[in-house]
Design a protein around this ligand. Structure first.
Ligand SMILES: N[C@@H](CCC(=O)N[C@@H](CS)C(=O)NCC(=O)O)C(=O)O
Length: 209
């Protein structure tokens, strides 16, 4: 059986759970909880699975460990058919990966950096280095990311085009991370707000989040 090491409710673990739920695989996976707030992910036993010491990690039956939500999503997307989250044609796959990186770097990672550097984050044991100025800079980056994604939705219903993809999962988790740090979505980003409501009402998201 596939295993996922994660911490339920945290934004990146939620990405993997939504991808699994979209593919109808949520019940095919054994979830192992890693106590991130108390630093279990930094122990040598966990670093053997993921040297970056982050969750989620997918462990295959042969013991291969896959970290990074994009990689986990690629894996589960190739296991079973619909819906396709990472694209079919060369063009679709390229656009999805481009937009995925924009949503990740420009929103999710920026919001995470704000949370870890400019707020108490996960507490003094985990936040052993904080740079408030860098954290604050990343609040601006996250808000710029929101504005960019809002603009993208002027021309299309989902962030990589006509269909729901892993980009939507990443950006949805990015907004959740922004919420953790109390970064508000600026007023007037109505496309982003209605897109978020649409994504939140998907059965997969309701099951996974
Ligand atoms: N790029 C990674 C990010 C994973 C990540 O940062 N996960 C957070 C939980 S949401 C974590 O494990 N944080 C541990 C820490 O900050 O020490 C991915 O896509 O999986």
């Amino acid at each position: 059986m596939l295993k996922i090491y994660d911490y339920k409710g945290f934004p990146n673990p939620t990405r993997a759970r939504i991808a699994l739920a979209e593919k109808g695989l949520l019940d095919e996976v054994e979830f192992v909880s890693i106590d991130v707030p108390n630093g279990e992910h930094r122990l040598p036993t966990f670093r053997e699975k993921n040297p970056s010491a982050t969750v989620p990690v997918l462990e295959l039956e042969d013991g291969t460990c896959i970290s990074e939500c994009t990689a986990i999503t690629e894996y589960v997307d190739h296991l079973v058919g619909e819906p396709v989250l990472t694209g079919r044609s060369a063009k679709e796959r390229a656009v999805i990966h481009m937009m995925q990186r924009r949503a990740e770097a420009g929103l999710l990672d920026a919001a995470a950096t704000f949370f870890h550097h400019a707020t108490p984050g996960l507490g003094p044991t985990i936040e052993d280095y904080q740079n408030r100025e860098w954290g604050e800079k990343n609040r601006e980056r996250a808000i710029a990311g929101m504005r960019y994604l809002d603009q993208t939705l002027a021309a299309q219903p989902f962030l990589a085009g006509d269909r729901f993809t892993m980009v939507d999962i990443t950006a949805f988790a990015g907004l959740a991370y922004a919420g953790f740090g109390k970064i508000e979505v600026p007023a007037g980003l109505d496309r982003l707000t209605t897109w978020r409501e649409r994504v939140a009402s998907r059965a997969s998201v309701m099951r996974a989040a």
